[in-house]
Design a protein around this ligand. Structure first.
Ligand code: BYC
Length: 345
C-alpha cells in the first residue's frame, strides 16, 4: 500500500503509511493558534525524511526547540566575532589581516542567515537579540575564553571551526528547511576558516622556537574547550533524543565529539603539535582515538556565566547594539520615506 501526500512529491511506502495513520489518530495544538491541529502531514514528512517548511503545520514543541537551537547558533556566530575581531589590528601582515577580516565578516553573515531562518518560525530578530542581551538565551561556551596571542587565531580556526563543521555538516540535513539551507552556506565558509587556522599553526610550528611555543600554548588552551562545544555527554543531554526523533540532530553529542577527535589527532601529528591529553591512545580494534575525561565542571561554570570572558562578551555585545541604534533608526526612517514616495499602484 502506498500513499501520496497532498501537495508533495512524496509517495509513502507501507510502513510510512502506517506511521501516518497512527499519527492521524492524535491531534495536537498548533504553533500559532489554540485550535487543535492535525499533525498527520508533519508526522508523515518526518517519517519520510522530508523537509518541514514554514507553511507547514508543526508541533509547538518542535517550533520552540528550533527557535532555541537556531537562536543559540546565530548568537554564537555574532559573539564569536569578538575573540577574533580583537586581533584584526594586530595580525602580523597585510595578508593575515585581510584574511582575518574576511573571516570575521563571514561570521556576521552566518548570524544574518541564521536569524533569518529563525524569523520564519514567527519570532523577531529584535526579540532574539533582547534575549541574548538579557542572558535569557545561550551562545556557545567556546566564546567565553580569551584570545591571548596571535596563535589563538590558528587554534580557533583549526579546532573551533573544525568542531563547528563536524557539528554542522549533519545539520545540512536538518528536517527544518530554512535552517538546513542556511547551514549549507555556513559550512562552505567554515571549511575555508578551518583551513586558514590550520595554515597559521602550520606556519608557526615551522617558525622560531618562540613561535612554535606560542602555537603549542594556544593548542593546549583551546583543545578541551573545543571538545566541550559538542555539548554534555549523551546521558546528560536533555534535548538530544527528541531532536534526533524529529530529524533536527542527526548524531548525538558524543558521536560527533568522537568523530572530531578521530579526524583531528592525525592533523595534529601532521602539524607537529601535541594535544594536551596524556590518555589519548588509538584503540586498534575500533579504530577510534580514546581520550581523557573532560572537566564537565568547567563547562557548567561557563554555562552559568562564570567563564573567563562571559561578562565582557555580553557587555561588548550590548554596547555594540546600543551604538548601532542610529543605523537601525536611519534605515527605518528611509524605508518609511520610500513607502510614502511610492506611487499608488
Ligand atoms: N555551549 O541537550 P543538549 C562557530 C546547552 S559558532 C553553550 O545536548 P542540544 C563560530 C544546551 O543549549 C558554532 N550551551 O542541547 C562562530 C542546553 O541548554 P538549554 C555554534 C550548550 O541543543 C564564530 C543544555 O546545554 N554552533 O562555529 O541538543 C567564530 C543541554 O544540552 C553547549 C551551534 O550552535 C555549548 N557548547 O545540543 C568561529 C550549532 N552545549 O538550551 C566559529 C547548533 C550544550 O536547554 N547547535 N549547551 O538551556 C547544536 O548543534 C546543539 O544545540 C548543541 C547542543 C550540540 C550545541
Amino acid at each position: 500500500m502506498s500513499q501520496q501526500l497532498p501537495g508533495r512529491d512524496v509517495v509513502l511506502n507501507a510502513a510510512e503509511t502506517g506511521a501516518v495513520e497512527a499519527a492521524a489518530a492524535t491531534t495536537h495544538r498548533g504553533p500559532h493558534t489554540d485550535v487543535a491541529v492535525d499533525l498527520t502531514q508533519f508526522e508523515a514528512l518526518i517519517a519520510a525524511d522530508q523537509r518541514i517548511e514554514p507553511r507547514d503545520v508543526m508541533p509547538e514543541a518542535y517550533r520552540r526547540s528550533l527557535v532555541r537551537q537556531i537562536a543559540q547558533h546565530a548568537h554564537s556566530e555574532i559573539i564569536g566575532m569578538q575573540p577574533e575581531g580583537a586581533w584584526i589590528s594586530r595580525a602580523p601582515s597585510l595578508r593575515r589581516k585581510a584574511i582575518l577580516m574576511a573571516k570575521v565578516q563571514d561570521e556576521a553573515g552566518h548570524g544574518l542567515y541564521l536569524y533569518s531562518a529563525a524569523e520564519t518560525l514567527g519570532v523577531s530578530r529584535d526579540d532574539l537579540l533582547d534575549q541574548l542581551h538579557e542572558g535569557r538565551q545561550r551562545y556557545s561556551s567556546i566564546f567565553n575564553y580569551p584570545t591571548l596571542t596571535w596563535a589563538d587565531m590558528g587554534a580557533i580556526g583549526w579546532l573551533v571551526d573544525g568542531a563547528a563543521i563536524m557539528n554542522q555538516v549533519p545539520l545540512c540535513r536538518c528536517s527544518y528547511g530554512p535552517y538546513a539551507r542556511a547551514v549549507i552556506r555556513v559550512c562552505k565558509e567554515e571549511s575555508f576558516h578551518q583551513r586558514q587556522g590550520f595554515e597559521i599553526l602550520w606556519t608557526l610550528a615551522r617558525g622560531t622556537d618562540a613561535q612554535r611555543a606560542m602555537a603549542q600554548d594556544a593548542v593546549d588552551r583551546w583543545w578541551w574547550p573545543a571538545l566541550m562545544m559538542f555539548g554534555p555527554p549523551d546521558d546528560e543531554s536533555t534535548h538530544s533524543a527528541q531532536s534526533m526523533a524529529w530529524g533536527i540532530k542527526r548524531f548525538s553529542n558524543d558521536e560527533l565529539r568522537q568523530r572530531f577527535v578521530d579526524i583531528t589527532v592525525p592533523q595534529a601529528q601532521r602539524i607537529g603539535l601535541t594535544l594536551p591529553d596524556a590518555d589519548l591512545a588509538l584503540d586498534e580494534e575500533s579504530g577510534h582515538w580514546r581520550f581523557g575525561e573532560i572537566d564537565w565542571s568547567e563547562f557548567e561554570r561557563v554555562l552559568r556565566g562564570d567563564g573567563p570572558c562571559n561578562a565582557t562578551r555580553v557587555a561588548h555585545r550590548r554596547a555594540a547594539h546600543e551604538d548601532g541604534a542610529w543605523v537601525r533608526e536611519a534605515a527605518a526612517a528611509y524605508a518609511a520615506k520610500q513607502r510614502v514616495q511610492e506611487p499608488a499602484a
